[in-house]
Design a protein around this ligand. Structure first.
Ligand SMILES: O=C(O)[C@@H](CO)OP(=O)(O)O
Ligand SMILES: [Mg+2]
Length: 430
């Protein structure tokens, strides 16, 4: 170990996220440079996620991070000081050890992930390279983005049942062009809603918050928006849905569409989804069934898993073991990778590696509560994930991540490659 990459201090700080909630920032110092990172937070969370440690009683709706920040300045600082930022695996193992509980229940996954990411950032700074290059000097692929146009579910007070309606620029020639296309679709969608008096506001991730009469109407509007931008739905631009179905399921296991005032059993719900998949150019569907309904996930994967990306978010919670189980049970073909679900970068990377081994796709993803932190943009390139999901093309905490990818693409110059359709994952060629 060179002395210059040895951690001299770790400090925790209380900052703010895009939902006006407190969040944890960690600053890691070494003689060779400083790294900092901020924890994101989900709203539609999986029960198997690392624990988001919150406190404060009435203050900030019980969402304060006083204990999580204190844990960084106490146990985490004591445990990591003197370690080498270049040894991410050792740092992350130490974080698990010092917490001592599953899912970072004692010190908080929010504290752990911010510490883990700050260490990675410090290592990159110490080596004088951007984080993506530090993770893989040969990395050259820009991920296929999925970008939210309409927001619903828990992010829009249930105004629409489907949580995220996103576009996927399959046939763009570069990341830059992918984003150019997306903003035109975003604008066309806004016009479509405005002309029909359906514009109700902006959802938590910055997509339009529409007053649709049914979920199918939202899909029709999305197709119209793609066409309105002068693009061909399905060929140039596909649709991706995050159903976040755990939010739709009742205590009896039935699935409820509030918009349409209809309730379905597992098979009936499967019929609804298959109907949408037949009618609309959907290339990806996330959490189509609830996190505790593997039979539903298996039903859909068997029906469309050879042509549609079936993504586990709440269902797989960025966990390598769950990815391996999903591969053998055929309950998905792609994993959503959210570092804060895992608690450390090492655990998140293990889920991504398990996906690669299983022939699954992988999508590095932000949370609905975000900050200006751009670590995940670097992870997507440095880890070579096929996909990348950050919410909308609006709002600073989202554009920060997209702009960072544009910088990386420019930085790569002629060697940059845009993943395009291949970014949907290796399962396509099976
Ligand atoms: O479900 C999701 O994929 C994310 C992002 O849309 O939402 P949250 O961070 O609230 O879990
Ligand atoms: Mg999701």
């Amino acid at each position: 170990m060179t002395a210059s990459t040895e951690i001299t201090s770790v400090t925790g700080h209380r900052r703010w996220d895009s939902r006006a909630r407190p969040t944890v920032e960690v600053v890691v110092r070494t003689p060779a440079g400083t790294g900092r990172a901020l924890a994101p937070a989900g709203a539609s969370t999986g029960s198997g996620e690392a624990v988001d440690l919150r406190d404060g009683g009435e203050a900030f709706g019980g969402k304060d991070v006083t204990r999580a920040v204190a844990g960084v300045n106490g146990d985490i600082a004591a445990a990591l000081t003197g370690m080498d930022v270049a040894d991410q695996a050792a740092v992350d193992a130490r974080l698990e050890e010092v917490d001592g509980e599953a899912g970072f229940a004692r010190l908080g996954g929010n504290a752990a992930v911010a510490a883990s990411m700050a260490v990675a950032q410090a290592a990159a700074v110490a080596h004088g390279v951007p984080l993506w290059r530090h993770l893989d000097p040969a990395a050259a692929r820009l991920p296929l983005p999925e970008i939210q146009i309409f927001g619903g579910g828990a992010h829009a007070h249930g105004r629409l049942d489907i949580q995220d309606l996103l576009v996927v620029p399959l046939a763009a020639g570069s990341f830059r062009e992918a984003f150019d296309w997306t903003v035109e679709i975003h604008r066309a969608a806004g016009r479509w809603l405005d002309e029909r008096g359906r514009l109700a506001g902006v959802a938590e991730e910055g997509g339009w918050w529409p007053a649709f009469e049914s979920n199918a109407e939202a899909l029709e509007a999305l197709v119209a928006a793609i066409e309105g931008a002068g693009l061909v739905p399905g060929e140039q631009v596909g649709i991706s849905l995050d159903i976040a179905a755990t939010q739709l399921v009742g205590s009896d296991g039935s699935y409820r569409l509030t918009r349409e005032d209809r309730t379905y059993d597992r098979d009936g719900w499967g019929e609804v989804l298959l109907g949408w998949l037949d009618r609309f150019p959907i290339v990806s569907i996330e959490d189509p069934f609830a996190e505790d309904d593997p039979a539903g996930m298996a039903l859909l994967t068997a029906a469309v898993g050879d042509r549609v990306q079936v993504v586990g978010d709440d269902f797989l919670v960025t966990d390598a073991e769950r990815v391996r189980a999903a591969a053998s049970d055929r309950t998905a073909n792609t994993v959503l990778v959210k570092p804060n679900q895992a608690g450390t970068l090492t655990r998140a990377k293990a889920a991504l590696d398990a996906a690669a081994e299983a022939g699954f796709g992988a999508i590095v993803s932000a949370r609905s509560g975000e900050t200006e932190d751009v670590t995940i943009s670097h992870l997507a390139v440095g880890w070579g994930s096929g996909g990348f999901k950050v919410g909308s093309a609006t709002r600073g905490e989202r554009t920060a991540k997209w702009n960072e990818l544009l910088r990386i693409e420019e930085n790569l110059g002629p060697s940059a490659r845009y993943a395009g359709r291949a970014g949907l994952g290796p399962w396509q060629s099976r």
